[in-house]
Design a binder for this molecule. Structure first.
Ligand SMILES: [Zn+2]
Length: 515
Protein backbone atom coordinates (compact mmCIF):
# COMPACT_ATOMS: atom_id res chain seq x y z
CA UNK A 1 0.00 0.00 0.00
CA UNK A 2 2.77 2.37 0.91
CA UNK A 3 4.33 2.19 -2.53
CA UNK A 4 1.28 4.00 -4.00
CA UNK A 5 1.91 6.98 -1.75
CA UNK A 6 4.49 9.00 -3.56
CA UNK A 7 4.45 11.94 -1.18
CA UNK A 8 4.78 11.92 2.54
CA UNK A 9 5.20 14.78 4.92
CA UNK A 10 7.19 14.34 8.09
CA UNK A 11 5.65 16.48 10.80
CA UNK A 12 8.22 18.70 12.47
CA UNK A 13 10.88 18.42 9.78
CA UNK A 14 8.31 19.57 7.27
CA UNK A 15 9.96 17.74 4.38
CA UNK A 16 8.19 16.42 1.39
CA UNK A 17 9.96 13.41 0.00
CA UNK A 18 9.47 10.53 -2.29
CA UNK A 19 8.91 7.70 0.14
CA UNK A 20 9.53 5.09 -2.51
CA UNK A 21 13.11 6.31 -2.82
CA UNK A 22 13.74 6.15 0.87
CA UNK A 23 14.64 2.49 0.91
CA UNK A 24 17.48 2.95 -1.56
CA UNK A 25 19.33 5.68 0.27
CA UNK A 26 20.73 5.92 3.77
CA UNK A 27 18.69 8.17 6.05
CA UNK A 28 21.23 10.95 5.68
CA UNK A 29 20.48 11.45 1.97
CA UNK A 30 16.82 10.55 1.69
CA UNK A 31 15.28 13.84 0.54
CA UNK A 32 15.10 12.99 -3.11
CA UNK A 33 18.46 11.34 -2.84
CA UNK A 34 20.64 14.27 -3.86
CA UNK A 35 24.07 14.23 -2.24
CA UNK A 36 23.45 17.81 -1.06
CA UNK A 37 20.29 16.85 0.82
CA UNK A 38 21.92 16.98 4.25
CA UNK A 39 23.33 20.44 3.68
CA UNK A 40 21.83 22.98 6.10
CA UNK A 41 20.89 25.43 3.31
CA UNK A 42 19.22 22.60 1.40
CA UNK A 43 17.24 21.56 4.49
CA UNK A 44 16.18 25.13 5.26
CA UNK A 45 15.03 25.62 1.66
CA UNK A 46 12.94 22.43 1.91
CA UNK A 47 11.32 23.80 5.05
CA UNK A 48 10.59 27.06 3.23
CA UNK A 49 9.01 25.11 0.37
CA UNK A 50 6.81 23.15 2.78
CA UNK A 51 5.63 26.34 4.44
CA UNK A 52 4.79 27.89 1.09
CA UNK A 53 2.94 24.78 -0.12
CA UNK A 54 0.88 24.74 3.06
CA UNK A 55 0.00 28.44 2.94
CA UNK A 56 -3.53 29.41 2.02
CA UNK A 57 -4.35 33.01 1.15
CA UNK A 58 -6.32 34.83 3.83
CA UNK A 59 -9.21 36.29 1.84
CA UNK A 60 -11.18 37.41 4.90
CA UNK A 61 -11.73 41.12 5.51
CA UNK A 62 -9.09 42.87 7.59
CA UNK A 63 -10.18 44.51 10.81
CA UNK A 64 -7.01 46.58 11.08
CA UNK A 65 -4.27 47.77 8.75
CA UNK A 66 -0.80 48.92 9.74
CA UNK A 67 1.17 50.52 6.93
CA UNK A 68 4.90 50.95 7.58
CA UNK A 69 6.97 53.18 5.31
CA UNK A 70 10.75 53.04 5.48
CA UNK A 71 11.40 56.40 3.86
CA UNK A 72 14.13 55.87 1.26
CA UNK A 73 14.52 52.21 2.25
CA UNK A 74 15.45 50.65 -1.08
CA UNK A 75 16.40 47.00 -1.43
CA UNK A 76 20.15 47.67 -0.97
CA UNK A 77 19.30 49.40 2.32
CA UNK A 78 17.21 46.43 3.45
CA UNK A 79 20.01 43.98 2.64
CA UNK A 80 22.67 46.06 4.40
CA UNK A 81 20.39 46.62 7.42
CA UNK A 82 19.72 42.89 7.61
CA UNK A 83 23.47 42.24 7.75
CA UNK A 84 24.07 45.02 10.28
CA UNK A 85 21.30 43.75 12.56
CA UNK A 86 22.77 40.23 12.31
CA UNK A 87 26.27 41.48 13.09
CA UNK A 88 24.97 43.46 16.07
CA UNK A 89 23.60 40.10 17.32
CA UNK A 90 26.99 38.46 16.86
CA UNK A 91 26.15 36.60 13.65
CA UNK A 92 28.07 36.68 10.37
CA UNK A 93 25.06 38.76 9.30
CA UNK A 94 24.01 37.63 5.84
CA UNK A 95 21.82 34.83 7.23
CA UNK A 96 19.88 37.21 9.49
CA UNK A 97 16.19 37.89 8.82
CA UNK A 98 14.57 41.27 9.49
CA UNK A 99 11.14 41.26 11.11
CA UNK A 100 9.25 41.86 7.85
CA UNK A 101 11.33 39.34 5.93
CA UNK A 102 9.23 36.54 7.40
CA UNK A 103 6.15 38.01 5.71
CA UNK A 104 4.83 35.61 3.09
CA UNK A 105 3.92 38.06 0.35
CA UNK A 106 6.07 40.52 -1.57
CA UNK A 107 5.78 42.64 -4.68
CA UNK A 108 7.89 45.22 -6.43
CA UNK A 109 6.57 48.78 -6.42
CA UNK A 110 7.17 51.23 -9.29
CA UNK A 111 7.69 54.55 -7.57
CA UNK A 112 7.88 57.25 -10.28
CA UNK A 113 5.75 60.41 -10.03
CA UNK A 114 3.63 61.58 -12.97
CA UNK A 115 6.23 64.26 -13.72
CA UNK A 116 9.40 62.62 -12.41
CA UNK A 117 11.31 59.48 -13.32
CA UNK A 118 12.78 59.39 -9.82
CA UNK A 119 10.21 60.53 -7.27
CA UNK A 120 10.02 62.59 -4.11
CA UNK A 121 8.27 61.59 -0.90
CA UNK A 122 5.24 63.87 -1.31
CA UNK A 123 4.21 62.45 -4.66
CA UNK A 124 4.83 58.88 -3.54
CA UNK A 125 2.92 59.18 -0.25
CA UNK A 126 0.03 60.79 -2.15
CA UNK A 127 0.10 57.75 -4.48
CA UNK A 128 -0.06 54.95 -1.94
CA UNK A 129 -2.52 56.87 0.24
CA UNK A 130 -4.92 57.97 -2.50
CA UNK A 131 -4.78 55.21 -5.11
CA UNK A 132 -3.57 57.39 -7.97
CA UNK A 133 -0.22 58.86 -8.92
CA UNK A 134 0.45 62.56 -8.91
CA UNK A 135 3.28 65.06 -9.34
CA UNK A 136 6.31 65.38 -7.11
CA UNK A 137 6.31 67.80 -4.18
CA UNK A 138 2.50 68.04 -3.92
CA UNK A 139 0.47 66.72 -1.00
CA UNK A 140 -2.66 64.65 -1.85
CA UNK A 141 -3.79 66.75 -4.79
CA UNK A 142 -4.09 65.26 -8.27
CA UNK A 143 -1.82 65.82 -11.24
CA UNK A 144 -3.94 68.73 -12.52
CA UNK A 145 -2.62 70.75 -9.61
CA UNK A 146 0.61 72.62 -10.20
CA UNK A 147 3.34 72.77 -7.58
CA UNK A 148 3.17 76.01 -5.59
CA UNK A 149 -0.07 77.14 -7.25
CA UNK A 150 -2.86 77.38 -4.69
CA UNK A 151 -5.63 78.09 -7.18
CA UNK A 152 -4.75 74.99 -9.20
CA UNK A 153 -5.66 72.74 -6.25
CA UNK A 154 -9.30 73.84 -6.17
CA UNK A 155 -11.44 70.84 -7.05
CA UNK A 156 -8.31 68.72 -7.33
CA UNK A 157 -8.02 67.22 -3.85
CA UNK A 158 -7.49 63.49 -3.43
CA UNK A 159 -9.17 61.72 -0.53
CA UNK A 160 -6.56 59.85 1.49
CA UNK A 161 -6.94 56.37 2.92
CA UNK A 162 -6.77 57.88 6.39
CA UNK A 163 -9.62 60.29 5.58
CA UNK A 164 -11.70 57.48 4.08
CA UNK A 165 -11.03 55.33 7.15
CA UNK A 166 -12.22 58.08 9.47
CA UNK A 167 -15.30 58.62 7.32
CA UNK A 168 -16.48 55.04 7.93
CA UNK A 169 -15.65 54.99 11.63
CA UNK A 170 -12.30 53.21 11.41
CA UNK A 171 -9.90 54.72 13.97
CA UNK A 172 -6.63 56.18 12.77
CA UNK A 173 -3.13 56.94 13.92
CA UNK A 174 0.04 58.49 12.50
CA UNK A 175 3.54 57.79 13.80
CA UNK A 176 6.66 59.33 12.31
CA UNK A 177 10.07 60.41 13.51
CA UNK A 178 10.11 63.27 11.01
CA UNK A 179 8.17 66.49 11.53
CA UNK A 180 4.48 65.59 11.64
CA UNK A 181 4.06 68.19 8.89
CA UNK A 182 6.72 66.58 6.66
CA UNK A 183 5.71 65.19 3.25
CA UNK A 184 5.08 61.54 4.10
CA UNK A 185 2.80 62.02 7.15
CA UNK A 186 1.20 65.17 5.68
CA UNK A 187 -0.24 63.26 2.71
CA UNK A 188 -2.51 61.40 5.15
CA UNK A 189 -4.39 64.47 6.43
CA UNK A 190 -3.48 67.54 4.32
CA UNK A 191 -3.88 68.81 0.76
CA UNK A 192 -1.36 71.26 -0.59
CA UNK A 193 0.29 72.27 -3.85
CA UNK A 194 3.58 72.31 -1.95
CA UNK A 195 5.09 69.99 0.64
CA UNK A 196 7.06 73.00 1.87
CA UNK A 197 3.98 74.94 3.06
CA UNK A 198 4.35 73.62 6.60
CA UNK A 199 3.56 76.98 8.27
CA UNK A 200 1.65 79.98 6.99
CA UNK A 201 4.81 82.01 6.36
CA UNK A 202 6.07 79.27 4.04
CA UNK A 203 3.18 80.14 1.69
CA UNK A 204 3.91 83.12 -0.58
CA UNK A 205 1.56 86.06 0.14
CA UNK A 206 0.30 85.97 -3.43
CA UNK A 207 -0.84 82.37 -2.92
CA UNK A 208 -2.36 82.86 0.55
CA UNK A 209 -5.17 84.96 -0.90
CA UNK A 210 -6.56 81.92 -2.75
CA UNK A 211 -7.36 80.28 0.54
CA UNK A 212 -4.61 77.66 0.96
CA UNK A 213 -3.64 77.10 4.57
CA UNK A 214 -0.48 75.56 5.93
CA UNK A 215 -0.01 71.86 6.69
CA UNK A 216 0.24 72.28 10.48
CA UNK A 217 -3.10 74.09 10.57
CA UNK A 218 -4.62 71.42 8.37
CA UNK A 219 -3.57 68.85 10.94
CA UNK A 220 -5.26 70.76 13.77
CA UNK A 221 -8.37 71.46 11.65
CA UNK A 222 -8.64 67.84 10.48
CA UNK A 223 -12.30 66.92 10.80
CA UNK A 224 -13.01 63.66 8.95
CA UNK A 225 -14.94 61.21 11.14
CA UNK A 226 -14.14 61.74 14.79
CA UNK A 227 -10.58 62.89 13.99
CA UNK A 228 -7.19 61.21 14.27
CA UNK A 229 -7.00 59.20 17.48
CA UNK A 230 -3.25 59.34 17.95
CA UNK A 231 -0.36 61.19 16.31
CA UNK A 232 3.33 61.13 17.23
CA UNK A 233 6.21 62.90 15.55
CA UNK A 234 8.44 65.94 15.57
CA UNK A 235 7.84 69.40 14.12
CA UNK A 236 6.70 71.30 17.23
CA UNK A 237 8.08 74.58 15.86
CA UNK A 238 5.49 74.56 13.08
CA UNK A 239 2.72 74.58 15.68
CA UNK A 240 4.16 77.37 17.84
CA UNK A 241 4.38 81.15 17.28
CA UNK A 242 7.88 82.63 16.98
CA UNK A 243 7.30 84.40 20.31
CA UNK A 244 7.14 81.06 22.17
CA UNK A 245 10.18 79.03 23.24
CA UNK A 246 9.45 75.35 23.73
CA UNK A 247 10.50 72.99 26.53
CA UNK A 248 13.76 72.19 24.77
CA UNK A 249 14.69 75.87 24.26
CA UNK A 250 13.69 76.09 20.59
CA UNK A 251 11.65 78.95 19.17
CA UNK A 252 8.38 78.49 17.32
CA UNK A 253 8.35 79.17 13.60
CA UNK A 254 4.86 80.57 13.07
CA UNK A 255 4.67 84.25 12.15
CA UNK A 256 0.85 84.37 12.25
CA UNK A 257 0.98 84.39 16.05
CA UNK A 258 -1.13 81.26 16.31
CA UNK A 259 -0.34 78.68 18.94
CA UNK A 260 -1.68 75.55 17.29
CA UNK A 261 -0.84 73.35 20.26
CA UNK A 262 -3.18 75.49 22.40
CA UNK A 263 -5.75 75.42 19.60
CA UNK A 264 -5.53 71.63 19.47
CA UNK A 265 -5.96 71.41 23.25
CA UNK A 266 -9.01 73.70 23.11
CA UNK A 267 -10.56 71.63 20.34
CA UNK A 268 -9.92 68.42 22.29
CA UNK A 269 -10.72 69.12 25.93
CA UNK A 270 -10.32 65.41 26.68
CA UNK A 271 -7.12 65.13 24.63
CA UNK A 272 -3.58 64.56 25.87
CA UNK A 273 -0.62 66.52 24.51
CA UNK A 274 2.97 65.49 25.34
CA UNK A 275 6.33 66.79 24.18
CA UNK A 276 8.99 64.68 25.93
CA UNK A 277 9.71 61.12 26.96
CA UNK A 278 8.47 61.56 30.54
CA UNK A 279 5.11 62.81 29.25
CA UNK A 280 5.01 59.98 26.75
CA UNK A 281 5.60 57.42 29.50
CA UNK A 282 2.79 58.93 31.58
CA UNK A 283 0.15 58.96 28.82
CA UNK A 284 -3.15 57.52 29.97
CA UNK A 285 -3.91 55.18 27.09
CA UNK A 286 -7.29 54.16 28.49
CA UNK A 287 -8.54 57.75 28.70
CA UNK A 288 -10.98 58.70 25.98
CA UNK A 289 -9.93 61.46 23.58
CA UNK A 290 -7.08 61.93 21.14
CA UNK A 291 -3.34 61.96 21.81
CA UNK A 292 -0.79 64.28 20.24
CA UNK A 293 2.95 63.93 20.85
CA UNK A 294 5.41 66.41 19.33
CA UNK A 295 8.84 65.42 20.58
CA UNK A 296 11.15 67.79 18.78
CA UNK A 297 11.15 71.29 17.30
CA UNK A 298 12.03 69.77 13.92
CA UNK A 299 12.64 66.09 13.13
CA UNK A 300 13.10 63.66 15.98
CA UNK A 301 16.61 62.28 16.51
CA UNK A 302 18.24 59.51 14.55
CA UNK A 303 18.01 56.33 16.58
CA UNK A 304 21.72 56.37 17.46
CA UNK A 305 21.50 59.99 18.70
CA UNK A 306 18.25 59.60 20.60
CA UNK A 307 19.92 59.32 24.01
CA UNK A 308 21.35 62.82 23.51
CA UNK A 309 17.94 64.50 23.14
CA UNK A 310 17.31 67.26 25.68
CA UNK A 311 13.75 66.37 26.60
CA UNK A 312 14.12 62.67 25.84
CA UNK A 313 12.32 60.96 22.98
CA UNK A 314 10.54 57.63 22.56
CA UNK A 315 11.85 55.24 19.91
CA UNK A 316 9.87 54.35 16.80
CA UNK A 317 9.10 50.99 18.46
CA UNK A 318 7.93 52.75 21.66
CA UNK A 319 5.60 55.01 19.66
CA UNK A 320 4.33 52.05 17.62
CA UNK A 321 3.51 50.14 20.82
CA UNK A 322 1.67 53.07 22.39
CA UNK A 323 -0.28 53.78 19.20
CA UNK A 324 -1.41 50.17 18.86
CA UNK A 325 -2.39 50.06 22.54
CA UNK A 326 -4.50 53.18 22.06
CA UNK A 327 -6.16 51.94 18.87
CA UNK A 328 -6.77 48.45 20.25
CA UNK A 329 -8.74 50.00 23.08
CA UNK A 330 -11.49 50.97 20.63
CA UNK A 331 -14.30 48.69 19.55
CA UNK A 332 -13.86 49.48 15.84
CA UNK A 333 -10.87 48.54 13.70
CA UNK A 334 -8.02 50.91 12.90
CA UNK A 335 -5.64 52.20 10.25
CA UNK A 336 -2.20 53.00 11.61
CA UNK A 337 0.35 54.73 9.38
CA UNK A 338 3.96 54.55 10.58
CA UNK A 339 7.01 56.11 8.99
CA UNK A 340 10.67 55.40 9.69
CA UNK A 341 11.51 58.78 8.23
CA UNK A 342 15.10 59.32 9.05
CA UNK A 343 16.53 56.47 6.98
CA UNK A 344 16.03 58.90 4.11
CA UNK A 345 17.65 61.82 5.91
CA UNK A 346 20.77 59.84 6.80
CA UNK A 347 21.09 58.68 3.19
CA UNK A 348 20.72 62.26 1.96
CA UNK A 349 23.63 63.10 4.26
CA UNK A 350 25.67 60.24 2.78
CA UNK A 351 25.84 58.54 6.19
CA UNK A 352 25.13 54.81 5.93
CA UNK A 353 25.72 54.28 9.66
CA UNK A 354 22.60 56.21 10.66
CA UNK A 355 20.54 55.08 7.68
CA UNK A 356 21.12 51.43 8.60
CA UNK A 357 20.64 51.87 12.34
CA UNK A 358 17.36 53.66 11.64
CA UNK A 359 16.34 50.78 9.36
CA UNK A 360 17.07 48.37 12.21
CA UNK A 361 14.92 50.60 14.46
CA UNK A 362 12.10 50.27 11.91
CA UNK A 363 12.52 46.50 12.00
CA UNK A 364 12.08 46.65 15.79
CA UNK A 365 8.89 48.67 15.38
CA UNK A 366 7.52 46.14 12.87
CA UNK A 367 8.37 43.33 15.31
CA UNK A 368 6.39 45.14 18.02
CA UNK A 369 3.41 45.41 15.66
CA UNK A 370 3.67 41.72 14.76
CA UNK A 371 3.81 40.70 18.41
CA UNK A 372 0.87 42.89 19.44
CA UNK A 373 -1.54 41.98 16.63
CA UNK A 374 -3.34 38.93 15.35
CA UNK A 375 -2.18 37.85 11.89
CA UNK A 376 -5.72 36.66 11.15
CA UNK A 377 -7.37 40.10 11.39
CA UNK A 378 -4.55 42.62 10.90
CA UNK A 379 -2.92 43.37 7.56
CA UNK A 380 0.65 44.62 8.02
CA UNK A 381 2.37 46.17 5.01
CA UNK A 382 6.01 47.29 4.99
CA UNK A 383 7.35 49.21 2.02
CA UNK A 384 9.46 52.19 1.00
CA UNK A 385 8.36 55.29 -0.85
CA UNK A 386 11.51 55.31 -2.98
CA UNK A 387 15.11 54.14 -2.97
CA UNK A 388 18.47 55.93 -2.77
CA UNK A 389 21.68 55.98 -4.81
CA UNK A 390 23.09 53.56 -2.25
CA UNK A 391 25.20 50.63 -3.38
CA UNK A 392 26.66 47.52 -1.78
CA UNK A 393 29.46 46.17 -3.93
CA UNK A 394 32.81 44.34 -4.03
CA UNK A 395 33.99 40.72 -3.87
CA UNK A 396 33.47 40.88 -0.13
CA UNK A 397 34.21 37.92 2.13
CA UNK A 398 31.42 36.43 4.24
CA UNK A 399 30.75 38.15 7.57
CA UNK A 400 32.84 41.22 6.73
CA UNK A 401 31.65 44.20 8.82
CA UNK A 402 28.96 45.79 6.65
CA UNK A 403 30.27 49.31 7.31
CA UNK A 404 33.87 48.20 6.83
CA UNK A 405 36.35 48.16 3.98
CA UNK A 406 36.14 45.43 1.37
CA UNK A 407 38.12 42.34 2.35
CA UNK A 408 38.32 39.71 -0.40
CA UNK A 409 39.07 36.02 -0.25
CA UNK A 410 42.40 34.51 -1.24
CA UNK A 411 42.82 31.88 -3.96
CA UNK A 412 41.67 29.19 -1.54
CA UNK A 413 38.49 31.14 -0.77
CA UNK A 414 39.59 32.21 2.70
CA UNK A 415 39.41 35.81 3.90
CA UNK A 416 42.60 37.79 3.38
CA UNK A 417 44.09 39.65 6.34
CA UNK A 418 44.11 43.07 4.63
CA UNK A 419 41.50 45.13 2.80
CA UNK A 420 41.55 45.08 -0.99
CA UNK A 421 42.96 48.20 -2.68
CA UNK A 422 41.64 49.87 -5.80
CA UNK A 423 43.80 50.99 -8.76
CA UNK A 424 44.55 54.22 -6.90
CA UNK A 425 46.19 52.24 -4.09
CA UNK A 426 43.56 52.99 -1.46
CA UNK A 427 41.09 50.61 0.23
CA UNK A 428 37.37 51.04 -0.38
CA UNK A 429 34.16 50.37 1.50
CA UNK A 430 31.43 47.85 0.64
CA UNK A 431 28.80 50.57 0.97
CA UNK A 432 28.82 53.79 -0.98
CA UNK A 433 26.76 56.38 -2.78
CA UNK A 434 26.64 57.34 -6.42
CA UNK A 435 26.29 61.04 -5.58
CA UNK A 436 26.19 63.27 -2.52
CA UNK A 437 28.32 64.86 0.16
CA UNK A 438 30.88 62.06 0.19
CA UNK A 439 32.21 63.16 -3.21
CA UNK A 440 35.18 65.50 -3.49
CA UNK A 441 35.35 68.15 -6.23
CA UNK A 442 38.50 68.22 -8.37
CA UNK A 443 40.58 65.87 -6.25
CA UNK A 444 41.19 62.13 -6.09
CA UNK A 445 39.21 60.28 -3.45
CA UNK A 446 40.86 60.26 -0.05
CA UNK A 447 43.00 57.36 1.10
CA UNK A 448 40.98 55.19 3.51
CA UNK A 449 43.96 53.24 4.86
CA UNK A 450 43.78 54.91 8.26
CA UNK A 451 40.10 55.92 8.29
CA UNK A 452 37.53 54.22 10.53
CA UNK A 453 34.71 53.71 8.04
CA UNK A 454 32.53 52.09 10.72
CA UNK A 455 32.42 55.32 12.75
CA UNK A 456 29.03 56.93 13.37
CA UNK A 457 29.81 60.13 11.46
CA UNK A 458 31.71 58.61 8.55
CA UNK A 459 30.34 59.62 5.14
CA UNK A 460 30.74 56.92 2.52
CA UNK A 461 32.58 57.98 -0.61
CA UNK A 462 30.55 59.09 -3.61
CA UNK A 463 31.32 59.80 -7.23
CA UNK A 464 29.22 62.83 -8.20
CA UNK A 465 29.48 65.88 -5.93
CA UNK A 466 25.83 66.90 -5.60
CA UNK A 467 26.08 68.24 -2.05
CA UNK A 468 23.37 66.02 -0.69
CA UNK A 469 22.73 62.53 -1.92
CA UNK A 470 19.68 61.91 -4.14
CA UNK A 471 16.88 59.38 -4.35
CA UNK A 472 17.17 56.13 -6.31
CA UNK A 473 14.72 55.29 -9.07
CA UNK A 474 14.66 51.49 -9.05
CA UNK A 475 11.64 49.62 -7.71
CA UNK A 476 11.23 49.11 -3.98
CA UNK A 477 9.82 46.06 -2.23
CA UNK A 478 6.41 45.65 -0.62
CA UNK A 479 6.21 43.04 2.18
CA UNK A 480 2.79 41.98 3.49
CA UNK A 481 1.21 39.64 6.00
CA UNK A 482 -2.38 39.17 7.14
CA UNK A 483 -5.79 39.34 5.41
CA UNK A 484 -5.48 40.64 1.86
CA UNK A 485 -1.69 40.37 1.93
CA UNK A 486 -1.81 37.70 -0.79
CA UNK A 487 -2.79 40.44 -3.28
CA UNK A 488 0.79 41.68 -3.27
CA UNK A 489 2.79 39.85 -5.90
CA UNK A 490 4.44 40.72 -9.19
CA UNK A 491 5.43 44.20 -10.26
CA UNK A 492 2.83 46.82 -9.37
CA UNK A 493 2.42 50.57 -9.50
CA UNK A 494 2.91 52.17 -6.09
CA UNK A 495 -0.66 53.52 -5.99
CA UNK A 496 -1.92 49.88 -6.08
CA UNK A 497 -1.14 49.67 -2.33
CA UNK A 498 -4.18 51.88 -1.61
CA UNK A 499 -6.42 49.52 -3.59
CA UNK A 500 -5.33 46.45 -1.64
CA UNK A 501 -5.89 48.31 1.64
CA UNK A 502 -9.33 49.47 0.50
CA UNK A 503 -10.29 45.94 -0.50
CA UNK A 504 -8.86 44.41 2.69
CA UNK A 505 -10.87 46.78 4.93
CA UNK A 506 -13.93 46.39 2.64
CA UNK A 507 -14.08 50.18 2.55
CA UNK A 508 -16.49 50.27 -0.40
CA UNK A 509 -19.10 48.34 1.58
CA UNK A 510 -18.51 50.51 4.62
CA UNK A 511 -18.77 53.71 2.57
CA UNK A 512 -22.12 52.55 1.14
CA UNK A 513 -23.56 52.13 4.60
CA UNK A 514 -22.30 55.58 5.63
CA UNK A 515 -23.89 57.37 2.67
ZN1 LIG B 1 14.35 62.08 0.54
Amino acid sequence: MIKYMNKFSIVGGGFILALSQMAFFPASVWAGGEPQATDSYFIEAQKTLSRKLARKPNTAPARNIILFIGDGMGVSTVTAARILEGQLKGMAGEENILSWETFPYTALSKTYNTNRQIPDSAGTASAFLSGTKTRSNVISVNQNAVQGDCQSTQGNHLESFLELSEKVGVNTGIVTNARLTHATPAAAYAHSPSRYWETMSDIPKAEQKYGCIDIARQFVNFSAGNGIEIAFGGGRRNFLPSSVTDGEGEKGKRKDNRNLIEEWKNLHQNGQYVWNEAGFDQLDIKKDGPILGLFNASHMQFETDRHLDKGGEPSLADMTKKAIEKLQGKSEGYFLYIEGARIDHAHHAGNAYRALHDSVALAEAVQVAKDMTNGQDTLIIVTADHSHGFVMTGDVTRGNPILGKVVENDKKGIAKSHPAVAKDGSPYTTLGYYNGGGAIVGQPRSDLSHVDTEAQNYLQQALVPTGYERHGGEDVAIYADGPGGYLFHGVVEQNYIFHVMKHALRLDEKLKSVK
